[in-house]
Write a protein that binds this ligand. Sequence first.
Ligand code: DGL
Length: 264
Amino acid sequence: MASEAPVGVFDSGVGGLSVLGEIRARLPGESLLYVADSGHVPYGEKSPEYIRARCRTIAAFLLERGAKALVLACNTATAAAVAELRELHPELPVVGMEPAVKPAAAATRSGRVGVLATTGTLKSARFAALLDRFAGDVRVITQPCPGLVELIEAGELDGPQTRELLRGLVAPLLAEGCDTLILGCTHYPFVRPLLRQLVPESVSLIDTGAAVARQLERLLQAGELLAAGPAEARFWSSGDPAELARVLPRLWGAAAVVEALPGG
Ligand code: DGL
């Protein structure tokens, strides 16, 4: 596998762009292929079997286009499918992501941490194992966020509806005394500015996008697969490509052509 080959990144929709931005910042020489599975969003309310089937299809598509590594820029997809993808492609570096329980447990002073994530992530065996390993004496309070991903997909990052939904979601966590909130879904960093307005300054907001970029760097380095550019980024959507093209300048920082994912 040549080091100039691209890295394949995907999510149920636009959320993974928050991770893609971290990858571009850390590894500016890497060409990137991004698939937004917006025709099947939200993953958070789908069965693990359904998500695994979507992940197999998208991984196959990215590999056909020469991806040298895969990044599941989605906590929900990682919980359901990362083990299977690693089994199916043992030679391939596959980076998944999970809510930042370990750093949050280390950082909390109140001993209470809140996790905002999808229903699918919070119900998964992988999340239960994560708590067993890293929560220790810290009390972890989980908050599923139905409806939030849909608003972010629609580009509603700071409107009144998103504000009200978020306010209601964080209220019980703040009432329990959480001083650290984990953004356990890759869509949520896009509402970080709004969240900042809704929680006291003393509350930390943690996500794992930068850690994923570092892990990708480690794996590429170990496989002597790091690229030095010139880098390009290509985008596909299983939903409406025009819709993704519309939000890219805001969520990725540049306009780009978006193609329809073959097969939808
Ligand atoms: N962005 C995804 C995650 O990190 C899931 C969003 C969805 O429900 O589709 O969990």
